[in-house]
Design a protein around this ligand. Structure first.
Ligand code: NDP
Length: 313
């Protein structure tokens, strides 16, 4: 499976584990990297000293490349960037912000930079900002999402046509067949989030993991579009947001309803009623919690087998 994504990161398979707040710490990132993919620490839910500790633990747990995902809308970004540089991390995925802000600075320090986008226009902007690759994330994805509602099926060909740098497909990918489909659409690799939430190595609360593997079709919703669009499981809190939006709540009213630390409450503390539960549509296909290395091997093997099957067409 060698291609320009495997050579860009120095990994075995073009399979990246998404950086996810409250779910992807050093245990998950190192497990995925050790299995031949690229693991990412999700820094958005970490205070600066926690991020430093997580990076150090990841370095101790793997000799393979790993990266850090920095969602630019979260606090203390400048401190996070400084720590990433000081700790010698070589790969950074930025998201939820302007790629111009940090790309040049990171690249000056020899860091490979990837930016996450949800439409072709921002893919072009990210390429102009000098990033090394793009994650194109479709409407199916969990957590923060684009406003355009472009599905992965449509987004990947659009982004492929817009830029020449490597494209990593995300949103709605949890199996080898989905990985192959994304590559057929023009992606050079895939980024997978939801599937890795339901692993023993993920730092998500057990209640959340169980909720993820119990989710059915139609159980997630892209909501809070007036603030930052986010796909959530339709629990009590999400239904309150839905009702508020239906009666025309203002952004300020929605902010008040959101309050503080809902994401932590749901995904890390396991409050399935009051917390935010960020997961992708593909959770409807997940029924088991299994080790990250097993997940990587299953996806890669299924992708290879499906490719051979289709070669006979
Ligand atoms: P909140 O802003 O509600 O609360 C911050 C959370 O992040 C707390 O759980 C806090 O932990 C943790 N945290 C980690 N590092 C830091 C840090 N350096 N400084 C402060 N808090 C930190 O968090 P959300 O995760 O819900 O949202 C994050 C950002 O996204 C905010 O800017 C928010 O306005 C924006 N946003 C989020 C939406 C969403 O759906 N989640 C929607 C709209 C906007 P602790 O509790 O231990 O202090």
């Amino acid at each position: 499976m060698a291609n320009r994504i495997t050579s860009l990161f120095g990994i075995q398979y073009p399979l990246i584990q998404a950086g996810m707040i409250w779910c992807s710490g050093w245990e998950l990132a190192s497990a995925v990297s050790n299995a031949g993919g690229l693991g990412l620490i999700g820094s958005g839910s970490m205070y600066p000293d926690v991020l430093r500790e997580q990076i150090r633990k990841c370095k101790a747990a793997t000799t393979k490349p790993f990266g850090v995902n920095v969602p630019l809308l979260y606090p203390d970004i400048d401190k996070h960037i400084q720590i990433i540089i000081e700790e010698g991390v070589k790969i950074v995925f930025t998201s939820a912000g302007n790629p111009k802000t940090w790309t040049a600075h990171l690249k000056q320090h020899g860091i490979t930079v990837v930016h996450v986008v949800a439409n072709a226009k921002f893919a072009q902007k990210a390429a102009d900002a000098g990033v090394d690759a793009i994650v194109a994330e479709g409407f199916e994805a969990g957590g923060h999402n684009g406003r355009e509602e472009t599905t992965t099926m449509v987004l990947i060909p659009l982004v492929r046509a817009a830029v020449n740098i490597p494209v990593i497909a995300a949103g709605g990918i949890a199996t080898g067949r989905q990985m192959l489909a994304a590559m057929a659409l023009g992606a050079d690799g895939v980024q997978i989030g939801s599937r890795f939430v339901a692993t023993p190595e993920s730092s998500a609360h057990q209640n959340f993991k169980q909720a993820v593997i119990s989710t059915n079709e139609g159980d997630t919703l892209l909501t809070l579009k007036q603030l930052v669009p986010v796909r959530l499981i339709r629990n009590k809190f999400c239904k309150e947001v839905e009702a508020a939006e239906a009666r025309g709540a203002t952004p300020d009213e929605l902010k008040e309803l959101l309050g503080r630390a809902r994401a932590k409450k749901g995904m890390f503390e396991g409050d399935l009623d009051e917390g935010e539960l960020e997961i992708g549509q593909v959770s409807a296909m997940l029924r088991q919690i299994k080790p990250a290395a097993e997940v990587v091997m299953e996806i890669v093997t299924e992708c290879e087998n499906a490719r051979k099957e289709l070669a006979a067409l």
